[in-house]
Design a protein. Structure first.
Length: 283
């Protein structure tokens, strides 16, 4: 009864302020959990990895413990940093080309059905074709420079951008279009003010998938015809049975992928500041 009386005594402004404070506190807890839980899980896995490899006396050339990988990373820091820069240029160039080509292509597919029916089967065919099989052709045509790696990264990365953009543009309630027409908006204004903002979540979902695939594409290009980059160093380490350096290169690639993914997320939050982040369900 006291709670009811206290609630009744509060004004609407006070209740709203209390709700906002609780919402801000919950968001802070969620942000801390998003950071703490993965870190604790990663530390636990590293401890298990270290104890298991030491306890079972696994040879270093088969599966080095994290401490040995860390030592190899420190000893080859300059090499990994230099090769990471080469791979980063290839990733960003391929990713940029995939955006420049993918988003306008998705707009054309959505806007013109005849163009969509003509080009869509070719897009599917380009994804069914193994990129590793195409990579040697790029090396023959363009040499061992930057261009083959960028093209392979582009071929692997652009498809999610196209598909997600088309799906985002098409996934809109007809009532919103009817409302825009009743307000006298032109087709361009309807696209700019209603359809495109509605499609942004789907577009950024494709962009986030694409950046991870661009990392894969750059490494594939370095495997086939590279003379530098982290992918090339992975092959060198594998050829010399330097497993700790091989793991160090994998860690560097993982850090690059996570960093670029985070950059895309930051851009997404800047473009959609009011978009609620979807969290996994809790049990």
């Amino acid at each position: 009864m006291a709670d009811i009386a206290t609630g009744a005594a509060l004004s609407i402004e006070q209740i709203e302020q209390r709700v906002q404070e609780q919402t801000r506190a919950k968001r802070k807890r969620d942000r801390r959990a998003e950071l703490i839980y993965p870190v604790l899980t990663g530390i636990l896995l590293l401890v298990i990895w270290e104890v298991a490899t030491r306890g079972f006396r696994v040879p270093v050339y088969l599966f080095p413990p994290p401490s040995v990988v860390l030592q190899a990373t420190i000893e080859n820091w300059d090499l990994l940093l230099r090769e990471s820069w080469i791979t980063s240029v290839e990733i960003l160039a391929g990713y940029a080309v995939s955006i420049i080509v993918g988003i306008p292509l998705a707009f054309a597919i959505f806007r013109w059905p005849v163009f969509s029916k003509s080009i869509y089967p070719l897009l599917i065919s380009s994804q069914a074709m193994p990129k590793v099989a195409v990579a040697p052709l790029f090396v023959i045509w363009f040499g061992f420079g930057l261009v083959p790696k960028v093209l392979i990264a582009f071929l692997i990365a652009f498809f999610p951008i196209v598909i997600n953009t088309v799906m985002g543009l098409a996934a809109i309630e007809r009532e919103k279009i009817y409302l825009a027409q009743s307000m006298g908006l032109s087709s361009f204004d309807t696209f700019r003010l209603i359809r495109l903002p509605n499609a942004l979540p789907s577009i950024f979902a494709g962009l986030k998938i694409s950046i991870t695939l661009a990392v894969v594409g750059a490494v594939v290009g370095e495997f086939v015809g590279g003379d530098g980059g982290l992918g090339y160093q992975l092959m060198v380490a594998n050829g010399s049975m330097n497993t700790p350096l091989l793991f160090a290169g994998l860690v560097a690639l993982t850090v690059l992928g996570v960093f670029f993914f985070w950059i895309v997320e930051v851009v997404e939050r800047l473009c959609m500041p009011h978009q609620e982040k979807i969290s996994p369900p809790t049990v």
